[in-house]
Design a protein. Structure first.
Length: 267
């Protein structure tokens, strides 16, 4: 998917993204910032920042003498991030619509990316470039899905869409990239191969009870929404009904959102 396409998907997902954030995105963002150990006065770049689930807690941790640049392709999510920061009285974070792969500012004490690295073109080269934006001794923090997390849920979404369209649904191109770093060992090795030292990987276990209504909000408020692109509203409603039936038939009552948080230091 192109950068414009990714931005459009998340623009359309903004309302539901905000609805599910307290259960999903905020919890992962808080865990990422805790792992990053952001200190007072530090400069932070938050890549694929969304509506601020990790940028806002990073701004709190950096304090009034620190600064956070929060970058994303979705204007809709960025607008919600600005409102959230303003509501907390945070003046040390700016939300910018920009392509992270061409971001020029530097140096940063911390560069963090929560569930966005596998959306970047050429994940290896993109992350190597982000690491170059760090000062010597700065930390790169990458959060990705653990192996198996979201997979069963995503298969049900794809099955529901395929049933309604009567055509197979191709897996998202990001899936292959994500599968390269979905174990502690693979993420550790991948960050080390990017030239980082003192690499560590933390597992953040998150399992969320869901019913059909909440599960559908997750579909609409996440990258899964991309599977609905181009479908008319009546067709989307048929997908929702098919998805609900599959949830009941497969007795899926829990969303596995377990994440891996990898951190390394630029030597």
């Amino acid at each position: 998917m192109t950068s414009a396409g990714i931005g459009a998907v998340f623009d359309s997902a903004a309302a539901q993204y905000a609805e599910i954030s307290p259960l999903l995105w905020d919890r992962i963002g808080e865990a990422t910032v805790a792992t990053a150990a952001i200190g007072a006065g530090e400069r932070v770049l938050d890549v694929c920042c969304g509506a601020g689930a990790s940028a806002v807690p990073a701004a709190r941790a950096a304090g009034p003498h620190g600064h956070v640049d929060a970058v994303d392709l979705s204007a809709g999510l960025l607008a919600r991030g600005r409102l959230r920061a303003a509501g907390e009285g945070l003046q040390n974070v700016r939300f910018v619509q920009a392509n992270a792969t061409t971001w020029q500012d530097r140096p940063y004490d911390v560069v963090q990316c929560v569930h966005g690295v596998f959306l970047l073109p050429d994940m290896d080269a993109s992350v190597a470039r982000l690491a170059d934006l760090l000062r010597r001794g700065g930390r790169l923090v990458i959060t990705t899905w653990a192996q198996g997390a979201m997979e069963g849920f995503g298969r049900l979404v794809a099955e529901a869409v395929a049933h309604v369209r009567q055509a197979p649904v191709a897996p998202p191109t990001s899936r292959q990239a994500a599968s390269r770093i979905d174990t502690e060992q693979d993420l550790h090795a991948w960050l080390t191969a990017r030239g980082l030292t003192r690499v560590s990987v933390t597992r953040f276990t998150l399992r969320i009870p869901v019913d059909a209504a909440l599960a559908w909000r997750v579909v609409l408020g996440s990258g899964f929404r991309g599977m609905l692109s181009g479908l008319e509203e009546p067709t989307v409603e048929r997908v929702r009904a098919a998805f609900g039936r599959l949830l009941r038939e497969r007795e899926m009552t829990e969303l596995d959102a377990t994440s891996l948080i990898g951190a390394g230091t630029r030597p």
